[in-house]
Write a protein that binds this ligand. Structure first.
Ligand code: CUA
Length: 364
């Protein structure tokens, strides 16, 4: 970060070198052909210049082998770029099985982050070194974009659906977080920092915070307080008005209209906000919508709870469908007994706030 002439941002994630290598290769290939073509133009200008005013040009036919050569070689280069780029792309967008899920919600003009065990912060993300982190991203208003140059990751945050990205930090330090999608007057101030800490320091930091309930515990509370439990209670032998949610997450769900869908984040989200869109086979469309009654943060908590009912949450099985499997966020050290659930509208906690503002990197 102290380089006098920084061509590149810091390289601090497991994949940043792959991205840089790909980028460097493209620059080199482009450079090579730019120099070659420009050089040949200049050389031919001199070599085949008109030598006296009456000179008339004559037709030249390029040899067939030459034509084939200069078609096949660029094709080969393009195919290599395609394969290489695809490989890096898949690595960037497929979180590893051991990734722990954090949530970041964009709103004009801040990032609200929640850790799996309940810790919240604004415009700051404290994270342990070496741990793969999957960020589930949602927006409360317009499109934002979560961009961490040092990790070489950028992902649009779109209202009405979940997107995600993942990274594994390889260097401790404080890194820029930007919003990379113009989102209103204070877009340029929608910045923050990613603070990568040694795992032990991170544990200390977590322990020093006011904590709060874990995502799953908060979701479980909501499940009761919103009365979801009255219809979705698991009770063997008795048919409820709604399907039991045990073991649903990550599984294939048969719908009333004959389709089959995978119960992932976006499916559960839609089923809460627009319950009649995908009614489970064998049930009536009697569920009311919770649109407007539940915040984005509460939605993510509810979904964490539904996931914890398994099977994906209970036993992180490798590769079922395209849904990346996150570790169970239920466990973890901070089983904070005393502190009540924090108000969803005031997600600041003192630790995050002070650290955040104290360590905020200089703007630009
Ligand atoms: Cu949010 Cu730009």
């Amino acid at each position: 970060m102290k380089s006098t002439f920084p061509l590149f941002p810091d390289s601090a994630s497991a994949l940043s070198h792959d991205v840089d290598a790909l980028y460097a290769a493209w620059v080199l290939v482009s450079l090579f052909f730019t120099v070659l073509i420009a050089g040949l133009i200049i050389f031919f200008m001199a070599r085949y210049r008109r030598r006296h005013p009456e000179e008339v040009g004559q037709k030249e036919r390029a040899a067939l082998w030459l034509e084939i050569l200069w078609s096949v070689i660029p094709l080969g280069i393009m195919l290599v770029m395609f394969a290489w780029g695809t490989r890096v792309f898949f690595q960037l967008y497929r979180p590893p099985a051991d990734a722990v899920e954090y949530t970041a919600i964009g709103k004009q003009w801040m990032w609200k982050v929640q850790h799996p065990d309940g810790q919240r912060e604004i415009n700051t993300l404290h994270m342990p070194l070496g741990q793969a982190i999957k960020l589930k991203l949602a927006s409360e208003d317009v499109i934002h974009s979560f961009y961490v140059p040092a990790f070489r990751v950028k992902q649009d945050v779109v209202p009405g659906r979940y997107t995600s990205l993942w990274f594994r930090a390889t260097k401790t330090g404080v890194y820029h977080l930007f919003c990379a999608e113009y989102c209103g007057t204070e877009h340029s101030r929608m910045i923050g920092s990613i603070i990568v800490m040694e795992p032990r320091d991170y544990e200390n930091w977590l322990a020093g915070g006011t904590g709060g309930k874990s995502m799953v515990a908060s979701g479980s509370d909501l499940f009761n307080s919103l009365a979801c439990v009255t219809c979705h209670r698991a009770s063997p032998g008795i048919t409820q008005r709604g399907p039991s949610l045990e073991g649903v997450f990550g599984s294939q769900v048969k719908l009333a209209d004959g389709r089959t869908v995978v119960a992932d984040d976006n499916y559960v989200r839609e089923s809460i906000l627009n319950p009649t869109a995908k009614v489970v086979a064998g049930y009536d469309p009697v569920m009311p919508t919770f649109q407007g009654q539940i915040t984005e943060e509460q939605l993510t908590q509810l979904i964490s709870y539904v996931r914890s009912l398994g099977p994906t949450g209970a036993a992180p099985a490798g590769g079922s469908g395209g849904t990346p499997t996150a570790g169970t966020p239920a466990a973890g050290g901070a089983s904070n007994t005393s502190s009540a659930q924090m108000d969803a509208n005031s997600p600041l906690n003192t630790a995050g706030q002070t650290t955040g503002s104290a360590q905020k990197p200089p703007q630009k």
